[in-house]
Write a protein that binds this ligand. Structure first.
Ligand code: 5RP
Length: 231
C-alpha cells in the first residue's frame, strides 16, 4: 500500500508525462480538453506553464475551469470549440482493456461529453487505480433529482449490490449522484448502455464505449503506458 504522499507524487509524475504527450498537439488555435480531479490538477498546473502555446481550454467542471482561469488560461465553451486536439483526465479505476470508472468527483457527465468531442483521449492514473475487473470503487450515476429514489430502487433490483445517494452532493448540472456499490462489471460496454436507459439517468461513470486512446500509469519505477486495443 502506497502512502498518500507517495500517491500524490505518482499523480504529479504521470501528469507531467501527460503534458509531454500533449506537446505535439499544441500550436496556434489548439484547444485542449481538461478533466477533473487531483491528478488532473497536477496536469493543469504543468500545462499552464505552456499557456502561450495553445489557444484555450475546454473544461469538464467548474472546479477545473476555476483552476485554469487562476493560471490565466483562457476557457471556452465546448460549443465554441472548432476541434479539441486532446482531452486529458484521471480515473477511479482502469482495467486492462482500457475501460474506466470515472465520477469520483461527480463530474463524469461533462467529462464523457468532452472526451467524446476530443480527437484524442489520454487517461492519467497512479498505479492504485489499476484493477482486473471494474466495480470495487462503485459506479457513479448522475440522476435528475426527482428520480433519485425510483432510479436507486430500479438499479438495485436490476443489478443487486447497494445503491447509495451521495449525501448533499449536487453536480455542476444541478443533479444528484447515486453510487452503485458491490458489483463486478465483466461487460462494461453493455453495462454502460443499459444503465443509461433508466428514465431519470443523465449519465453513468463507466467509460467503455469510448475508451482512452492512451493510458499513462504512474508507478514508483516510472510512467508506464498502454494503448487500449481498438474496438
Ligand atoms: C472526477 C473524476 C476523476 O478523474 C477521478 O475521480 C479521479 O480523481 P483523482 O485524480 O483525484 O484520483 O472522474 O469526476
Amino acid at each position: 500500500m502506497i502512502s498518500r504522499i507517495d500517491q500524490d507524487e505518482l499523480k504529479r509524475r504521470v501528469a507531467l508525462a501527460a503534458v509531454d504527450a500533449v506537446v505535439p498537439s499544441l500550436g496556434t488555435g489548439a484547444i485542449i480538453g481538461v478533466g477533473t480531479g487531483s491528478t488532473t490538477n497536477h496536469f493543469i498546473d504543468a500545462l499552464a506553464k505552456l499557456k502561450d502555446r495553445f489557444e484555450a481550454a475546454v473544461s469538464s467542471s467548474m472546479a477545473s475551469a476555476e483552476r485554469l482561469a487562476a493560471h490565466g488560461v483562457r476557457i471556452i465553451d465546448l460549443n465554441d470549440a472548432e476541434a479539441i486536439a486532446v482531452y486529458v483526465d484521471g480515473a477511479d479505476e482502469v482495467e486492462p482493456g482500457g475501460a474506466l470508472i470515472k465520477g469520483g468527483g461527480g463530474a463524469h457527465t461533462r467529462e464523457k461529453i468532452v472526451a467524446a468531442a476530443a480527437e484524442r483521449f489520454i487517461c492519467i492514473v497512479d498505479e492504485s487505480k489499476e484493477v482486473d475487473t471494474l466495480g470495487a470503487f462503485g459506479v457513479p450515476v448522475e440522476v435528475v433529482p426527482m428520480a433519485r429514489r425510483s432510479v436507486a430502487d430500479q438499479l438495485a433490483t436490476a443489478f443487486g449490490g447497494k445503491v447509495r445517494e451521495r449525501p448533499g452532493f449536487v453536480t455542476d448540472n444541478g443533479n444528484a449522484i447515486l453510487d452503485m456499490l458491490g458489483l463486478a462489471i465483466t461487460k462494461p460496454v453493455v453495462f454502460e448502455g443499459v444503465i443509461n436507459n433508466f428514465a431519470g439517468v443523465v449519465e453513468n461513470g463507466i467509460f467503455a464505449a469510448n475508451r482512452p486512446d492512451l493510458v499513462l500509469v504512474g508507478t514508483p519505477e516510472g510512467v508506464r503506458e498502454f494503448a487500449p486495443p481498438l474496438r
